[in-house]
Design a protein around this ligand. Structure first.
Ligand code: ADP
Length: 279
């Protein structure tokens, strides 16, 4: 049991013996069917976590799986914009219905609930966590093979709520080379360990640029350390994604689904294999 335990497990991430007897996992909506759930996490904002969530989801959809994205980044939602979604979510008697992307992915995000997509969300943490939980419990997700959750950065209230309340099959960690990568990855690994959630892979985003003249890879932020760090933690699935201006352009213009070079296909296939082998 944690020092200073106040017996309120919802405010604590400690994996102690008293927690084991009490599962905080919440049931999804009774009409939802969701087979696999993967959370995409990062130590801080701006490293490309939403980009990774979107491209991983696209890779999953392309592999023939019914795919969904839950955008849990309530105060900085960017998934709808990347997918060119501007419509609002509809409700039915049964619950809230996710919006569909052009490619058929189901998406729920704060931005499809607001009256105007550029309205800010100025809410306290508890309200934000409650909303994210409702994305799980009150949204009717139809026949989803893979759901990707775009988490807010860090290890605050919302990540903790999701880790405790949603039955995650694993997490994907996103870092950048200058992102104090060792420490950030260690924090994520430790958090996942405390919650008993497997790490399915590490993304080193903005890893390099490719010289447009000679094709040489240039490590803008110094040599990559991600392989050594992954090895240290026994993580075998690693992808290094370059800084690619056409990716930014595709995201900014809402065309990420039709972006023709998805860096994440092999990475997703290795996740799929890991999860199949686990059964
Ligand atoms: P986060 O979710 O971690 O805050 P985003 O996914 O929103 O980060 O990415 C931040 C910005 O960087 C966005 O404008 C996005 O289009 C851009 N970006 C992310 N990854 C890449 C990349 N590999 N190459 C070029 N631009 C990228």
């Amino acid at each position: 049991m944690a020092e200073n335990c106040n017996h309120d497990c919802s405010s604590c991430g400690e994996a102690c013996s008293s927690r084991k007897s009490e599962s905080l996992i919440k049931e999804p909506h009774k009409l939802s069917k969701i087979r696999k759930v993967i959370a995409v996490v990062s130590g801080k904002g701006g490293v490309g976590k939403s980009m990774t969530s979107a491209l991983l989801a696209c890779a999953s959809q392309k592999a023939g799986y019914n795919t969904a994205i839950m955008d849990a980044d309530i105060t900085g939602p960017s998934i709808p914009k990347m997918l060119g979604i501007h419509e609002r979510a509809m409700g039915s008697e049964a619950g809230i219905l996710p919006v569909r992307s052009d490619g058929g992915m189901q998406v729920m995000s704060m931005n499809v609930l607001l009256n105007h997509e550029d309205d800010p969300v100025v809410w306290r943490g508890s309200l934000i966590s409650g909303t994210v939980l409702q994305f799980w419990t009150d949204v009717v997700w139809t026949d989803v093979d893979y759901m990707f959750i775009d988490m807010p950065p860090g290890t605050g209230d919302v990540p903790l709520t999701i880790f405790q309340s949603v039955p995650l099959d694993g997490i994907v960690i996103v870092t950048t080379p200058q992102d104090l990568v060792g420490m950030i990855v260690k924090k994520a690994v430790n958090m996942a360990g405390m919650m008993n959630i497997p790490i399915l892979g590490i993304v080193e985003n903005m890893s390099y640029i490719t010289c447009p003249d000679c094709g040489r890879k240039i490590s803008v932020f110094g040599e990559s350390q991600v392989d050594a760090i992954a090895l240290e933690h026994g993580i075998t699935n690693v992808v290094k994604v370059p800084i690619d201006r056409s990716l930014t352009e595709a995201a900014d213009s809402g065309k990420i689904e039709t972006f023709d070079h998805n860096y994440y296909e092999a990475f997703f296939n290795r996740i799929d294999e890991q999860l199949k082998n686990r059964k």
